[in-house]
Design a binder for this molecule. Structure first.
Ligand SMILES: [Zn+2]
Ligand SMILES: [Zn+2]
Length: 382
């Protein structure tokens, strides 16, 4: 039976841009008719969470419960929800695409015209919120999810049922890092076997771009980062070469390694300098795909003469495809061992470990931290 009253849950809350978050007890309102309540097992700490904490994404989005990449078990379903039952393991999908608008019908559900706004404003689809702080003030749920919490209420369409066999601490990453990285390679770039590629930025998403490019047969496949440990990890995970992003001649090295320039350059950082580096690494006719999220106000510049060489610069959001369709397929590949999610996780931590994870991110250390809310549910071996 559905609990009709607000329930207290532990959650990580950010009140002001640039100020640290705190773990506190909040009140979670019941799921609305088209919503579900999920008991969160695990949640990945993504660079987008850090951008939001730092106020880089614009808007008046505080206070907010961060977290948008996670997995858990459905605990309660709204009266209008079909096809989801309590007990169902799910991953979050932070664009609750409508399946009816022009973008959705084109197969570009990540750009859904109807439901993107609620996601960016951190509300449910009706514009209201489900979290209240101890003082009664409503709090937003980042990207409509807010899964740095023991439980969260989300639109039913913001969940995707998971196939069996994948521990939830790994499934947590499928709904952002994995679908974003694989979509960049498959949907945005369309990498084919034998084409060359470089990946600039080897965090949680960059490692998935690398994995997808390797599975697509990209060769040579050049890993580019400023942290030596990340380059070593990338070489162990299938990169054919590694280049120090901080080297003055990094672009020249990449062009040399790829026989005159890469067919595909993936930028997975979100900075003007790395976007330029990706552009400078291309051969004539090559495409740079910008996956990294840049703070509001950042401008990127490239030498326009490059357009005469038919170079392209394109954006990529949330894998540029249909995340709800792709997440189960990617989860199955991960369960079958085709995609190594565990190896892209550098740290496991509790709800109070998010600020430390942000610190590592700022310093360029480690790849992905996964916040484990419930070790048993998350399938973390003791
Ligand atoms: Zn993310
Ligand atoms: Zn739509």
């Amino acid at each position: 039976m559905q609990i009709a009253e607000a329930m207290p849950v532990g959650a990580a809350v950010w009140r002001n841009p640039g100020a640290p978050g705190s773990v506190e007890e909040v009140l979670l309102d019941p799921a609305g008719p088209s919503e579900v309540r999920v008991r969160v097992a695990a949640a990945g700490v993504c660079h987008s969470d850090l951008h939001q904490a730092d106020g880089h994404l614009g808007g008046e989005l505080f206070p907010t419960v961060l977290g948008h990449e996670g997995a858990g078990i459905v605990e309660a379903v709204g009266t209008d929800v079909a096809g989801l039952e309590p007990g169902q393991p799910v991953a979050f999908c932070f664009i609750a695409a409508c399946a009816e608008c022009r973008r959705c019908l084109e197969g570009r559900a990540a750009l859904c015209e109807r439901n993107s706004r609620a996601s960016f404003e951190g509300t449910m689809l009706d514009g209201t919120t489900r979290v209240r702080l101890a003082d009664g003030k409503p709090a937003r749920s980042f990207l409509g999810i807010g899964c740095f919490a023991e439980r969260c209420v989300v639109p039913a369409r913001a969940t995707v049922p998971l196939p069996p066999g994948l521990p939830l601490w790994q499934a947590a990453l499928v709904g952002c890092a994995v679908v974003t990285g694989f979509g960049a390679v498959r949907n945005a770039a369309g990498v084919r076997a034998g084409e060359s590629a470089c990946v600039v930025g080897l965090g949680g998403v960059g490692l998935q771009v690398l994995a997808a490019a390797r599975l697509a047969g990209a060769e040579p496949l050049v890993a580019v980062d400023r942290t030596p440990a990340k380059l070593e990890l990338a070489l162990a995970r299938g990169a054919t070469h590694a280049v120090d992003a901080g080297a003055a001649d990094a672009a020249r090295q990449i062009r040399k390694l790829t026989g005159g320039g890469a067919d595909h350059a993936f930028e997975v950082v979100g900075r003007a300098e790395t976007i330029r580096l990706a552009w400078d690494s291309l051969r004539a006719g090559g495409t740079a795909v910008v996956v990294g999220l840049a703070p509001v106000g950042v401008e990127a510049a490239v030498p326009a003469i490059g357009f005469i060489s038919e170079k392209s610069l394109r954006g990529c959001f949330y894998g540029s495809g249909e995340p709800r369709r792709e997440i189960p397929e990617l989860a199955r590949l991960a369960a079958d061992g085709e995609i190594d999610v565990a190896g892209s996780v550098s740290h496991l931590a509790g709800l109070d470990g998010i600020e430390d994870a942000f610190g590592r991110m700022r310093r360029g250390e480690g790849s992905r931290t996964v916040i484990v809310l419930d070790r048993e549910l998350a399938g973390v071996s003791p």
